[in-house]
Design a protein around this ligand. Structure first.
Ligand SMILES: [Zn+2]
Length: 365
């Protein structure tokens, strides 16, 4: 429901895009600038159009979700500004501004499909020497090599309707992967607060695990989940050892090749954030798995590094196969929590974990 409301809000924002009180007379786009910004989370590409006057703008995505069109009504693009700009950022190829029958049209070619709800289009008023501006922000939702970004209406997660690269399929085919979304049911895990609402670790871990499962299955892996709904794996209010052993049993019985547990950290100091990969060196490959997952997080996400650490965590010790428990940031950090509960955050983490898993199997095969 929350997701749907967010969608409605995004839609409403678009419908009311007549951004600046519309004045009569044709406006002109005098200049266009693009910048790949890494100070946002996720990083984003910002496109700024300088305007001589107020404009009405309408934004739309094509069906495939990889071309964004912004039409500026009754607006002329100055000849110096009407051209193609090469951006070549992680998510945007290039940007074209041209005149089209009395309107100015901005076209953005994206490398990955992007949801309209993630794209921001807004106006900035003239300020000092700066003229009125129209700003388009496009987040780099996708980590790059995985294209499994299609929306699944049933689960709300990522569904592998677009196929995984053939090279991934070759690597993952027949591999048995056990995914363990931390906590569940009577055990909510760590608790965060966002806008006065309690957010449970058990729900975030599941929102990452779902898309990860779909991507791995799409690439031909056999995925075993310790849970795929909000439930205890052993039984409600079981002791830690019983609950965690039940999770290990799922992986051991399936003779999984690897076990990956997903958790969200918490700390009393809200400024603390970062990702940690925990392993226990019981096979020759636990560290290798932890390193592959950790490295992918460092490469693909803007999140502080808390390292690869050896620890005697129960699930890492009592699984028969290489295992890693990933802490994906801190629920106690507001910035991280808003990312972990955003429309793009869990998917982005899932893609990143997927890449790490592919990398692990690439190294051992
Ligand atoms: Zn946890």
């Amino acid at each position: 429901m929350k997701k749907f409301l967010r969608f409605l809000t995004a839609l409403a924002a678009l419908l009311f895009l007549p951004l600046l009180a519309a004045e009569a007379g044709a406006a002109e786009v005098t200049a266009l600038r693009t910048a790949a910004r890494t100070d946002g989370n996720p990083p984003f590409v910002r496109i700024v159009l300088d305007l001589s006057a107020s404009v009405k703008a309408v934004a739309s995505l094509d069906k495939s979700g990889d071309t964004l069109t912004v039409t500026l009504k009754d607006t002329e693009a100055a000849s110096s500004a009407a051209k193609t700009y090469s951006v070549d950022a992680q998510n945007v190829d290039d940007v074209t501004l041209k005149n089209d029958d009395g309107d100015a049209r901005l076209t953005v070619d994206m490398k990955h499909e992007t949801a309209m709800s993630d794209i921001k289009v807004f106006a900035l008023k003239a300020n000092g020497n700066l003229p009125q501006r129209l700003v388009v922000d496009i987040p780099s939702v996708s980590s790059g090599s995985s294209s499994s970004d299609a929306k699944s209406p049933s689960s709300g997660g990522v569904k592998g309707s677009s196929s995984a690269p053939a090279s991934d399929k070759k690597i993952l085919k027949g591999k048995v992967i056990c995914i363990d979304p931390g906590h569940g049911g009577s055990d909510v895990g760590a608790i965060g607060t966002l806008k006065g609402k309690s957010i449970y670790e058990k729900d975030i871990t599941l929102s990452i695990a779902g898309p990860l499962r779909d991507m791995l299955r799409d690439a031909g892996a056999k995925v075993v989940m310790t849970r795929s709904t909000d439930k205890d794996v052993a039984r409600a209010y079981a002791g830690d050892a019983e609950e965690l052993q039940a999770r290990c049993d799922v992986a051991n019985k399936a003779k999984a090749d690897i076990f990956v547990s997903i958790h969200i950290d918490s700390f009393s100091n809200a400024s603390v954030d970062g990702t940690t990969a925990y392993y226990y060196p019981k096979t020759g490959r636990d560290l290798l798995l932890a390193r592959a997952l950790h490295q992918s997080m460092m490469t693909n996400m803007a999140i502080p590094d808390r390292g690869v650490r050896s620890n005697d965590l129960y699930v890492n010790m009592h699984t028969d196969m290489p295992a890693c428990l990933m802490e994906m940031g801190f629920i106690s950090n507001t910035h991280r929590l808003s990312m972990l509960t955003s429309s793009w955050g869990p998917k982005r983490i899932a893609e990143t974990m997927y890449q790490g898993i592919v990398e692990y199997f690439k190294q051992i095969d």
